[in-house]
Ligand binder design. Structure first.
Ligand code: BGC
Length: 365
């Protein structure tokens, strides 16, 4: 890779000096890309929120580590949008002004972020959609998990558990979905409905939670308790942050025991709740692997190559090369193997004093 990088740097220098034979390599307005020194490129990483722990604790460090391992002279410019699409737009603009070679973008709003992609590509800066698809015809690459499958796994675990518990006729499920601006949330919901709708369990009510905010989920669930009380047999929560909000509302509303509640991300706090029996399941996704795949794709672009996928995703009417990773359903039965033995979290992170007795009980040492 080093030799190749030196080669493309040479090509840029030769082009600059002779101004001949370069017209195919550089498209109109492609000035930023042409000036990139691949061995010292800056790569922009834009992540969507920091209330969900994955971004700061897994995505960002894994992405930075991979870039630095493969390109020691490269720099990662990083910003987190705090669930604010307008702020993300500004962050992207300042990265473009700063001269990033590639943008890796996990969009707060998959529709409005098309204008970020448009602006970047018009400046010759390719964009990789990270984790969430963007409705733009100009994406270079997409890496994510199988998001419909995430919804299927969540709902299947919930329905199986309700059957095990012989949830009474007339009881049902509250659905706490993700943000309406995140296409993944739509896919989770679709996957979940494909299981719940034919399960015989009723959806009592459902809610698309703005900004994936746990606090919003909490107040919505609190309102549903007033309406449905003990009819709530289970809660479909699209991720661990929403699960936490829902569980807090159920506990505050005196619903004991807390009905089985789903989640996603295998956050430390969610794993602890699974051990303590207040959250039923979560979904593990290979986040660090996803970050490494995105980093590799970014470096391929910096080196003048084209990243390839194993499938395609339709976005803005075009096909984007895509890599899709497999999610895993996690309950008390496999939490040790999937989350701890895999190295995703350490025993020390999970087995803090408040959870030490559960760790001992379940052989997590
Ligand atoms: C991600 C989830 C995350 C959620 C909230 C989704 O797009 O795939 O892992 O929990 O956003 O940030």
């Amino acid at each position: 890779m080093k030799a190749k990088r030196a080669g493309s740097l040479l090509a840029v220098v030769v082009c600059a000096l002779t101004l001949v034979g370069c017209s195919n390599a550089v498209s109109p307005g492609d000035t930023t890309h042409a000036a990139v020194d691949p061995a010292h490129a800056t790569i922009g990483l834009l992540l969507p929120d920091s209330t969900n722990t994955r971004y700061e604790s897994a995505d960002r460090p894994a992405f930075e580590a991979r870039i630095h391992a493969k390109c020691p002279g490269c720099t990662v410019a990083y910003q987190n949008a705090s669930a604010d699409a307008a702020r993300q737009q500004q962050q992207a603009e300042s990265m473009l002004a700063q001269g990033v070679a590639v943008l890796v973008l996990d969009a707060v709003d998959g529709q409005s972020a098309a204008s970020i992609v448009n602006e970047a590509t018009s400046k010759g800066v390719p964009v990789i959609a990270y984790d969430r698809i963007i409705n733009s015809p100009d994406l270079s690459f997409f890496v994510s998990a199988d998001n419909s499958e995430v919804g299927v796994l969540q709902a299947q675990a919930l329905v199986d558990r309700l059957r095990e518990l012989h949830a009474p006729a007339g009881s049902g499920i509250l659905m706490v979905n993700g943000s309406p601006t995140d296409n993944n949330a739509r896919l989770y919901k679709q996957g979940a409905h494909s299981v719940i709708d034919k399960s015989g369990y009723k959806v009592l009510a459902e809610y698309d939670t703005p900004d994936w905010a746990g606090s919003e989920a909490q107040s919505w669930v609190a309102g549903q308790i007033t309406q449905f009380g003990s009819k709530i047999a289970g809660v479909y929560a699209a991720n661990d942050g929403l699960a936490q909000g829902a569980i807090e509302a159920l506990q505050a509303g005196g619903i004991q025991p807390v009905p089985p509640t789903t989640g996603q991300d295998a956050e430390i706090a969610a794993v602890q709740r699974i051990l303590a029996g207040t959250q039923y399941m979560t979904v593990y996704k290979p986040i660090r692997k996803q970050a490494a795949i995105a980093a590799d794709a970014a470096l391929t672009i910096v080196d003048g190559g084209t990243p390839t996928g194993t499938s395609v995703t339709k976005a803005g009417g075009k096909s984007v090369p895509t890599v899709t990773l497999t999610p895993v359903s996690v309950t008390l039965k496999n939490v040790k193997r999937v989350v701890i033995d895999s190295g995703f979290h350490t025993v020390a992170q999970i087995c803090t004093p408040a959870y030490a007795s559960y760790c001992k009980e379940y052989g997590i040492t």
